[in-house]
Design a binder for this molecule. Sequence first.
Ligand SMILES: Nc1ncnc2c1ncn2[C@@H]1O[C@H](COP(=O)(O)OP(=O)(O)OP(=O)(O)O)[C@@H](O)[C@H]1O
Ligand SMILES: [Mg+2]
Length: 284
Amino acid sequence: MLQKKQVVTGEEQQVVFTIPIFEPMPSQYYIRVVSDRWLGSEAVCIINFQHLILPERHPPHTELLDLQPLPVSALGNREYESLYKFTHFNPIQTQIFHTLYHSDTNVLLGAPTGSGKTIAAELAIFRVFNQYPGSKVVYIAPLKALVRERIEDWKIRIQEQLGKKVVELTGDVTPDMRAISQADLIVTTPEKWDGVSRSWHNRSYVQKVAILIIDEIHLLGEDRGPVLEVIVSRTNFISSHTNRKVRVVGLLYIFYSTITACLPGCCQRPRPRRLAGHRTGGSV
Ligand SMILES: Nc1ncnc2c1ncn2[C@@H]1O[C@H](COP(=O)(O)OP(=O)(O)OP(=O)(O)O)[C@@H](O)[C@H]1O
Ligand SMILES: [Mg+2]
């Protein structure tokens, strides 16, 4: 709100707003700001686009390298290794192993169906178990059926075999507060986690989240994209208040065999964009 005093004293004002850019891009924009309260309070500004550098429309994906398959013993933990029936990670898992298991970088992994993205999620989960005991892992799947499927698998492999507590949290299944606060791994849907994390002030377990894994992002169409946006923004907000970094790992289906990106801070996008532009329908 512009005060009369500020206008009289000629105090410099800052107006922050967003303008769309259409293609073909014009050489310049004339921006006129007119006060709807104070007569004669207006300013014109010319923005020259000639030397404007925009982010890449389609950021380059990471090429799949021809690496020697990594043995599961790279996990350095017999219990984790025993969860896998195979002896070696596949090419995608081999390439992202270090980033997921030995760093806290945010990751966006796009890979085809059946390429073992669940194992990628598990690598990031094991890192939390190793490095941040007492913290919580939140895994989000867009459908209750997918949550169920994960629960059935992880109740055996992560709860029974690793001794970590796994809870299901959906519109249909709401465990008691004690179970959630004792859980190591919470498997939930975007809408449920949105509702739960809204009251993060009163829910200490929300503040203990160390990682947010969002699977099957491609299934969150136009209508559910905002929920995802809200969850990730709130996560960053909570993180800035608690001074605890919360890692975000996104997994999505793409139909060709390359890693879309391993982006530090992938959720701090410079401008809204589709995550997978080659796909039709749905954006986040
Ligand atoms: N390195 C591996 N060696 C052999 N089998 C593997 C390996 N990694 C994963 N698998 C198996 O491949 C199958 C598919 O894995 P997963 O469900 O994780 O794929 P996905 O990428 O999540 O697929 P979707 O897009 O359908 O969700 C599983 O049965 C899994 O056990
Ligand atoms: Mg999957």
